[in-house]
Design a protein around this ligand. Structure first.
Ligand code: CIR
Length: 255
């Protein structure tokens, strides 16, 4: 798949109040904005058109725009975040998605799904059950995904991992980059799996966006591993998103 577009949301000043599993200090809003701008510029350099939406002060985590929606086969699916402080991100995003996509669908029902738990290949949508994505949410998502022509695979995310894609990403149609603990669950059967180097689990929240594979800075051994097998690697600073358990994939909707 070639991506022609990405949709991002600029970080708000309120990003300092974003959710985090463990407090290692609040992110710095200015530095977050600079790292975000570098990310947008890097996506643009691949030739894609990148739209950056206005920041939303009411939603500290809204910079992580991947979570409230899924873009699949030209359709935007509005999801349902489990985190109470993130629920409103869906309604806030709807007008923009309506402008950019010919068709919008809603998850519906009481269940929850975060986009961070969904990994798409060309034919398959893998969904990781997690603290943010429940069985009712998956049941509501399945008919939408299947109607769009994709298979759905439901897997478990180990409890210590926030989102399924916190520790996995698709490198090409057959290959997944994953942390050893996620790969060990066997959820990627049928794919070639490249594991992150030990101590570099965070490298797995990568994105293949057109030719390059983008990795967060600070994971030299995983970068070298991928470079050796022929991926074009670009590293980006992600220090501030990482303080809020976010990474490269969370910062855009790619389509
Ligand atoms: C949250 O806890 O919801 C945010 N602080 C981080 C979301 C990261 N998103 C993602 O992995 N897709």
């Amino acid at each position: 798949i070639t991506f022609t577009h990405a949709l991002c949301r600029a970080p708000s000043r309120s990003v300092t109040a974003g959710l985090r599993a463990e407090d290692r200090g609040a992110p710095d809003a200015d530095l977050f904005a600079r790292e975000h701008a570098a990310y947008v510029a890097a996506l643009r350099r691949t030739g894609a058109e990148v739209t950056v939406l206005e920041p939303q002060e009411a939603f500290p985590d809204s910079v992580f725009i991947e979570d409230p929606a899924l873009c699949l086969a030209g359709v935007a699916i509005l999801l349902r975040p489990e985190a109470p402080t993130r629920r409103g991100e869906v309604a806030a995003l709807r007008p923009d998605l309506s402008r950019l996509f010919p068709e919008i669908r809603d998850l519906g029902g009481p269940g929850c799904v975060d986009g961070g738990d969904i990994l798409c290949s060309d034919t398959e949508v893998m969904v990781g059950l997690s603290a943010r994505t429940d069985a009712a949410g998956v049941a509501a998502l399945r008919p939408i995904v299947e109607d769009l022509g994709y298979r759905m695979r439901v897997v478990e995310t180990p409890a210590e991992i926030l989102h399924f894609k916190t520790e996995s990403s698709l490198l090409d149609p057959e290959t997944i980059l994953a942390s050893p603990r996620l790969a060990a669950t066997g959820c990627f059967s049928g794919y070639r799996v490249i594991e992150t180097a030990s101590g570099e689990e965070g490298a797995a929240n990568a994105i293949r966006f057109n030719a390059p594979v983008f990795l967060s800075d600070g994971f030299p051994r995983t970068a070298e591993r991928l470079d050796r097998v022929g991926y074009e690697i670009r590293q980006l600073p992600m220090s501030q998103a990482a303080l809020l358990d976010g990474g490269l994939s969370c910062l855009s909707l790619r389509y």
